[in-house]
Design a protein around this ligand. Structure first.
Ligand code: PMP
Ligand code: GLU
Length: 399
């Protein structure tokens, strides 16, 4: 007898956690594994943010907060959206959640009915497809490739829209590709979306600060689709606060109210101490956190240099976020050291078991050609990891 719901039975595990757990288990059994699986900054939370959390405990911020978050935090978020993104929101349009993950789920739960289609430009972050399934929606993938810098075009978007299309969900900067949409590219997508008022854009901007070129643009900046857009962001990546679990959505009023309604029945307001600390994090000038971006950029350059020399890897220089997503299709369908590689998940497992480097296969990112490495790791680990993979693939035997 299967006691589980159909919902849970059709859901996949998050592949990022599957591979990081596997790497952790191997490490615990004494194997020297370098894990480049999970995408999380390896920095400590800056001291002034920690101090704000100590203060919040001492000031007894220990009771329930309002469901969408403390007003002072929502005001700080509105100021940040104005300062960094030229976006105008009122606190009533903000819902603070347990990470950006819950913020996305709140929005999907608010708008998706059985069978509604959600467009996912691929590659996409692993949880998007499963979240859509969780809400009984249908994920429709829009494939892209190495050749187009892993981005969709306005024409491709328009062709994919049907009367069932309810949303488009994407991250820019992108996890996993490391690319981002330019102002002009977003403008042309916005022009298409404006023609279909039933469509909501869920714009995941959690890697906003982690970019090595110009400042990125939020698609909500285009007035013709402001009322159709949910902006998602949070503390995890910008301030190395992954475990503090604070994210948020900025939406039109009707959608913000729906998110609050859902969250009020599910988890209530997010952790109060972390909310207070987030006010301090957001009010600090972003230049204070520049040292993290500079370190990521240095690591990116090291990995890029080394990865280009790995046989069979086709690699683009990531412009943002902290991932490499090389095309490894050369190895798919081949037998390596007696192991048949059916897909990129098999290849990621091969790398883990033979080079002792953890990465994540591209299948759950909607791309079977690629594998993902997080370079939010020490320079030494990154150099060792690339050396191990290169040595393995130089010597590998094809059967
Ligand atoms: N969106 C993207 C693109 C991510 O990579 C992640 C991973 N952390 C999230 C959302 C979720 O972030 P959070 O820790 O705020 O839930
Ligand atoms: N977002 C990170 C990643 O892609 C953390 C893990 C997760 O939430 O899936 O690795």
């Amino acid at each position: 007898m299967n006691k589980l719901s159909d919902r849970v039975n059709r859901l996949g595990y998050s592949q990022t956690f599957v591979m990081s757990n596997k790497a952790r288990e191997m490490k615990a059994s004494g194997i020297d594994v370098i894990s480049l699986t999970l995408g999380e900054p390896d920095f400590d939370v800056p001291d002034h943010i920690k101090q704000a959390a100590f203060d919040a405990i001492n000031e007894n911020y220990s009771h329930y907060s309002p469901v969408p978050g403390f007003l002072e935090l929502r005001e700080a978020i509105c100021e940040k959206l104005k300062r960094d993104n030229s976006l105008t929101y009122k606190p009533s349009q903000i819902c603070v959640s347990n990470g950006a993950k819950q913020a996305i789920l709140n929005v999907l739960a608010s708008i998706i009915n059985d069978g509604d289609e959600v467009l996912l430009p691929a590659p996409f972050w692993v949880s998007y497809e499963e979240m859509v399934k969780m809400m009984d929606g249908t994920a429709v993938m829009l494939p892209t490739s190495y050749v187009t810098d892993y981005k969709i075009t306005a024409e491709q978007l328009e062709t994919a829209i049907t009367e069932k299309t309810k949303a488009i969900l994407f991250s820019s900067p992108c996890n996993p590709s490391g690319g981002y949409y330019t102002f002009d590219e977003l403008k042309s997508l916005a022009k298409v979306i404006a023609k279909y008022p039933q469509i909501t854009v869920i714009s995941d901007e959690i890697y906003e600060y982690i970019n090595y070129e110009t400042k990125t643009t939020s698609i909500a900046q285009f007035p013709e689709i402001y009322e159709q857009t949910a902006v998602i962001n949070g503390m995890s990546k910008a301030f190395a606060m992954t475990g503090w679990r604070i994210g948020y959505s900025a939406c039109p009023e009707w959608l913000a109210k729906a998110c609050e309604k859902i969250q009020g029945q599910m988890t209530s307001g997010a952790n109060t101490v972390a909310q207070r600390a987030s006010i301090t994090a957001l009010k600090t000038d972003p230049s204070e956190y520049r040292y993290m971006i500079d370190a990521f950029e240095k690591r990116r350059n090291i990995v890029y240099e080394m990865m280009q020399k790995i046989p069979g890897f086709k690699v683009l220089l990531p412009k943002s976020a902290f991932y490499f997503f090389p095309d490894v299709s050369f190895y798919i369908g081949k037998t390596l050291n007696g192991v048949h590689i059916n897909d990129s998940d098999d290849f990621a497992m091969f790398i883990l078991e033979h080079a002792f480097v953890g990465c994540v296969g591209g299948v759950s990112f909607g791309s079977n050609e690629c594998i993902r490495f997080s370079y939010a790791a020490s320079e030494k680990d990154l150099i060792d990891a690339m050396t191990r993979i290169k040595n393995l693939l130089i010597e590998v035997k094809f059967d």
